[in-house]
Unconditional design. Sequence first.
Length: 196
Amino acid sequence: MSDDLSLLVSFFKALADESRLRIIGVLAAREATGGELAALLDLKPPTVTHHLAKLRELGLVARRVEGTTHHYRLVPERVEALAKQVLSSETVAATDATLDHDAYAVKVLRSFIDGETILSIPTSRRKRDVVLAWLVERLPEGQDLPELELNALIQRHHPDSAALRRELVCSGFLTRERSVYRRAAKPSDDPPQPAA
């Protein structure tokens, strides 16, 4: 798990508990001891200690020791900084980087491709784009293709060449000029292949 994703999970876990939110509410107003928090929130002292430990791990709560008494206070600047950090578009977008998009594509291709045959055209746009990316890789690169020639190439994989030709153009995989088609210049890695 990436550091950003780990921080995001820890932050939301810490705040996804009603008792911890109530502790934060009390500490936002004033400093309190563990015993005071337990009495105010009608919780057992070990439970309060557990919740405070979770909040302290993230630096949301600070502890001041006075003899044998521990006083706790909210660290509002840390709450604000952490909230900004974990909710930034970069951190949230980093969660996507942990996903295996090739695994999704392989699963889609396994469902819709048999060998070199497209079994059906997916109705879902996302799945259809995976199948179209697979299909366009089977078309010659850097070559003008008249419509009849393109239809013949598509029909090697699926009988409805008109629908697939239209989808390839609409999705930006092919360009069209006066019934002549060409693979669009798109940066792409080798598309995943369906697992055998």
